[in-house]
Design a protein around this ligand. Structure first.
Ligand code: F6P
Length: 543
């Protein structure tokens, strides 16, 4: 029996029949205490669910569904290292990466907490060497530029966090010019290599598998550039200019990263959950080791809340269950992430991978096909900019969309009045948009007389997530909250959020097509692909 046949699910279906036609404006008129009832605080975050199309009974029944799915036991299973990643038969222990050293975690007789902190300390030592100018390039220059080469989880987390915490640094840190290169087509490298100085540039090759073609292609290009610029042998260049962060040390060595330049993490760290490991080295380089530890501490605060708070007041649980309500009972399959703070510009892309690569699944843990929806289409943009792009659809289009509005309550404490005023402006817009999406043009006196193209129907549900202010701690907590939300939803849907088999076949097909592109006679595909290959080859011949 799949979950959609279970008593708690069927009860929610019946409940949805009662709620589906209710409008948020009526819910707010009937109950002036929605904010008090439906907003919750933990670990620097406040989540306001009052603009969701929920009632007291909805939350009660959602919690019953979570209990029926044995969520508390499943949360314990995650933290204690049970093999929650069933298809790869291993744990998913990203929470251990931010656990304080004093708390042991024994896995098959080994205290992995010790290993984790050993790796963290090695990373910190390398970061210090780079900061204090001890790490030198091939001609003795101290490192001025660092380029993180990685893709997916080996890129998005560090990139997002470096942008989010770009004002955080400590006095002892020398300014490092930091860049991120991910795209296999070489666009980022082609531009960057013209601007930077080879002798003072260090590349961090970040790859859990150390076999991702995108990352290897970029790394090969970078290494060739350095060899050509220096006239020195590959081995010497690798020693001075490459650090490898990986869970596959033998592959990193094969590629030529000397062991002393390698930082390791573990196969039980999912790629999209890995920014807390040495994959986060770029974060530590930009913000300093202390701030990296503060980030881990913030995430740990959210972990502790998630593990110990009752389901009824548990932020990640509520975020997840309200999502389940929207997706499975109100039939909403689009989710917009809308940060009202430009520093969070990469959060939508990060969540696209976190949510869609984790929960974009359609078979249960037992391999059974099912008929209910899982992860919705998630996208987003910095809110104020999105207002001038796709908000038209949110307000007047035909699609129901659930939104997450995210903003810090405080900003620019050390800045002048103009920037403080800009923050107020952004907050006013954030609040205005979620209010209008919920209540429609009923917020105006005489809206009913407006022509239909000027009407706003409202009833688009949203959650507003406010953090006190954007700090390493609050940011760590925010990201951990989303990680746990994804896990909770996977428990309800009975799917494995920690594998990603759906990305594998594309890699294989690309390998065979690469042969066909380079060997004209080998073409044997469908007529569309063959026609496109022919077009490419013709262009090449004519060029
Ligand atoms: O192809 C998808 C994926 O495996 C992601 O899950 C992962 O984050 C990314 O590629 C990069 O993988 P790696 O860190 O092994 O290079």
């Amino acid at each position: 029996m799949t979950v959609d046949q279970s008593p708690a699910w069927l009860a929610l279906n019946r409940h949805a029949d009662e709620v589906r036609d209710q409008h948020l404006k009526d819910m707010f008129e009937e109950d002036h205490h929605r904010f008090q009832k439906f907003s919750f605080r933990a670990a620097h975050c406040l989540a306001d669910f009052s603009k969701q199309r929920i009632t007291d009974a909805t939350l009660q029944q959602l919690i019953k569904l979570a209990e029926q799915q044995q969520l508390p036991q499943k949360i314990e299973a995650l933290f204690t290292g049970e093999h929650v990643n069933t298809s790869e038969n291993r744990p998913a222990l990203h929470t251990a990466l931010r656990q304080p050293k004093e708390i042991p975690l024994v896995l098959q007789g080994v205290d992995i907490s010790k290993e984790i902190h050993c790796s963290l300390e090695r990373m910190e030592a390398l970061v210090e060497q780079i900061h204090n100018g001890q790490w030198r390039g091939y001609d003795g220059s101290p490192i001025k530029t660092v380029v993180n080469i990685g893709v997916g989880g080996s890129d998005l987390g560090p990139l997002m966090t470096c942008r989010a915490l770009n004002l955080f640094t400590t006095d002892e840190i020398r300014d490092i010019d930091l860049h991120f290169v991910s795209s296999m087509d070489g666009s980022q490298l082609a531009r960057l290599l013209n601007q930077i100085d080879p002798a003072s540039t260090l590349f961090i090759v970040s790859s859990k598998s150390f076999s991702t073609i995108d990352t290897l292609a970029n790394s090969n290009t970078a290494r060739e550039w350095l060899v050509n610029a220096s006239g020195l042998p590959v081995e010497l260049i690798s020693q001075h200019h490459f650090i490898g962060v990986t869970a596959s040390p033998s592959k990193a060595s094969e590629w030529g990263i000397p062991e002393k330049n390698q930082l390791h993490f573990w196969d039980w760290t999912g790629g999209r959950y890995s920014m807390w490991s040495a994959i986060g080295m770029a974060i530590a380089l930009q913000t300093g080791n202390t701030n990296f530890r503060r980030l881990l501490a913030g995430a740990h605060e959210m972990d502790t809340h998630f593990r110990s708070a009752p389901l009824t007041r548990n932020l990640p649980v509520l975020l997840a269950m309200v999502g389940i309500w929207n997706i499975n009972f109100l039939n909403i399959h689009a989710h917009a992430v809308l940060p009202y703070d430009g520093r969070l510009q990469h959060l939508p892309a990060y969540l696209e991978q976190l949510e869609m690569e984790s929960n974009g699944k359609s078979v249960t843990l037992n391999g059974e096909k099912f008929n209910y929806s899982t992860c919705p289409i998630l996208w987003g943009e910095v809110g104020p900019n999105a207002q001038h792009a796709f908000y038209q659809l949110l307000h007047q289009g035909t699609e129901s969309v659930m939104c997450d509005f995210i903003a810090p309550a405080l900003r620019y404490k050390e800045h002048g009045d103009e920037l403080k005023a800009q923050h107020q402006l952004a907050l006013a817009n954030c609040l205005a948009q979620s209010r209008l999406l919920a209540l429609g043009d009923s917020v105006l006196e005489d809206a009913a007389n407006a022509p239909s193209h000027k009407r706003y129907r409202g009833n688009q549900p949203s959650t507003t997530i406010m953090i006190d202010e954007l700090t390493p701690e609050s940011f760590g907590a925010l990201i951990a909250m989303y990680e746990h939300k994804v896990y909770v939803q996977s428990v309800i849907w009975e799917i494995n959020p920690f594998d990603q088999w759906g990305v594998e076949l594309g890699k294989q097909v690309a390998t065979s097509l690469l042969d066909q592109l380079t060997t004209p006679s080998a073409a044997s595909t469908d007529c569309s692909t063959a026609g496109l290959i022919q077009f490419i080859q013709q262009q090449r011949q004519e060029a």
